[in-house]
Design a protein around this ligand. Structure first.
Ligand code: FAD
Length: 451
């Protein structure tokens, strides 16, 4: 599997969020020449909170002003920091007095951590800020063996475009910025306001309003509680709720949980599948996001179909373009930072020739077998990158290829304990926990990375 001769390539990384930063570090460690393109003026992607929202609150108008982040002001991480951090750079509070040292810190602490990561590994020099990639396309076919991509970018002034040639492109542009919106029968005549959680920041605009929030994700749970503090009524509609009557979570007198919305009407009411109906001011869609690669031109080799990015071998390489094109961080329902780190190590090692890939045909049949398995299980295409049930197996598979240590047992156990705690006490799981044994184990482990 491992070969000794290594090669250095010119690699373009698109995006300087968590994925792009760790990809840059791993690619450079492996000896490649790396340029990171970042359209924002700072690193951090999702973790750069912005009070601004998009011009279309629902996020469907293609000509809307774009805001990258989907963070809301009150957001605290939904993973304990020990689990969330990169494998060899623990997410520890640096300065307990100045920083947010909680185990589930607020979003600003995550941005500080990524800034620390950037400084520690001297990544700033690799990043071209305020430089948006607007086109990535293959050069002539005969040159493809060694990978030849045209990367066109646009700088700060938004006028001058720059064309450059790279051997490989690593896509790290994130997938929590382009809203997916729920389809509701009758919504065309419904007179109320609609907004996607991408454009939710603070609860104030919902003061004294009747709000229906659609979704069951971590964001839906947080935002419904945030809004319930000021709204007249909050009704959460979710596919995962099947009860025949609305239920109220303990501790709230203005929050109800419902089955999905059945229909919307021109008098402002929404009818739920549980038979109840409510006169509603605002619908808040917490219904997730679309994968989107507006800059990528692969003559349809890579497509996005119902949120399946494919065909991709192990969610990273399109077989016929491997290893010259790769995607970091596509899986969801995962612990993203360590997963991106392992994917990046794998990509970097494959590019240098230290790690081998199966043949194109083998990769393709692996992808087809995976799709057939999903279909046989009745899984919609949009769940292709949902790794809820096997993320750590996937991580360990990557680690074995690299090769490097598998995910620590304490991290797996702590993740499982947090997931359970979240269900049992959704209001307090961030401040009350019982995984002290695993916490001790984690801190013991972290010693090896502290100088
Ligand atoms: P991003 O952080 O989105 O970064 C992508 C970068 O690419 C951005 O900087 C963007 O400006 C840049 N970019 C995009 N297009 C271009 C282009 N054409 N040219 C140049 N640059 C470009 N994860 C956790 O681990 N714990 C949590 O508690 C957690 N909570 C979350 C809460 C919310 C509301 C959301 C939306 C996500 C949460 N996540 C959480 C997941 C989070 O997205 C990941 O932790 C991580 O930030 C993903 O990093 P990324 O680099 O893949 O994408």
């Amino acid at each position: 599997m491992q070969s000794q001769i290594t090669t250095s390539y010119k690699v373009a990384v698109i995006g300087a969020g968590a994925a792009g930063l760790v990809a840059a570090r791993e690619l450079r460690r492996e000896g490649h020449q790396v340029v990171v393109f970042e359209r924002n003026s700072t690193i951090g992607g999702t973790w750069v909170y912005d009070t601004a929202t998009e011009s279309d609150p629902l996020g469907v108008d293609p000509s809307r002003t774009i805001v990258h982040t989907s963070l809301y002001d009150s957001l605290r991480t939904n993973l304990p920091r020990e689990v969330m951090g990169f494998l060899d750079y623990p997410f520890l509070p640096k300065d307990v007095k100045q920083r947010d040292s909680r185990r589930f810190p607020g979003h600003r602490e995550v941005l500080h951590y990524l800034e620390d990561f950037m400084s520690e590994f001297e990544l700033t020099e690799l990043i071209r800020f305020e430089t948006q990639v607007i086109h990535v396309g293959l050069l002539k076919e005969e040159e493809q063996q060694v990978g030849k991509w045209l990367v066109r970018s646009r700088g700060k002034d938004r006028i001058v475009e720059d064309d450059e040639v790279y051997n490989a492109v690593v896509v790290c542009n994130g997938h929590y910025s382009v809203p997916r919106v729920a389809e509701i029968p009758g919504i065309g005549v419904w007179p109320g306001k609609q907004i996607h959680s991408h454009n939710y920041r603070v609860p104030d605009p919902f003061c004294k309003k009747v709000v229906v929030l659609i979704g069951s994700s971590a964001s839906a749970c947080d935002i419904s509680r945030d809004i319930a503090k000021v709204a007249k009524e909050v009704h959460v509609a979710s596919r995962s709720i099947t009860s025949e009557t609305p239920t109220k979570p303990v501790g709230y007198n203005n929050l109800w949980m419902h089955s999905m919305i059945k229909s919307a009407h021109d008098d402002g009411t929404l009818v739920f599948q549980d038979g109840s109906s409510v006169l509603v001011d605002v619908i808040l869609h917490c219904t997730g996001y679309k994968y989107d690669f507006p800059f990528l031109e692969t003559a349809n080799i890579v497509t996005v179909d119902d949120n399946r990015v494919g065909p991709l071998y192990e969610h990273v390489f399109p077989p016929s373009l491997a290893p010259w094109l790769s995607f970091i961080g596509l899986p969801w329902k995962v612990v993203p930072f360590p997963l991106c780190e392992l994917q990046s190590k794998w990509v970097a090692g494959i590019l240098s020739g230290r790690i081998s890939l199966p043949s194109q045909e083998e990769m393709m049949s692996n992808v087809e077998a995976f799709y057939a398995k999903l279909e046989a299980a009745g899984m919609p295409k949009r769940y292709t990158h949902n790794m809820a049930s096997y993320q750590f197996e996937y991580d360990d598979w990557l680690a074995a290829r690299c090769p490097c240590a598998p995910i620590e047992e304490w991290r797996k156990q702590m993740y499982a304990a947090t997931s359970k705690n979240k269900v049992i006490q959704p209001e307090t799981y961030r401040d009350e926990w019982e995984d002290h044994n695993w916490l001790l184990q984690a801190h013991k482990d972290f010693h090896q990375y502290m100088s």
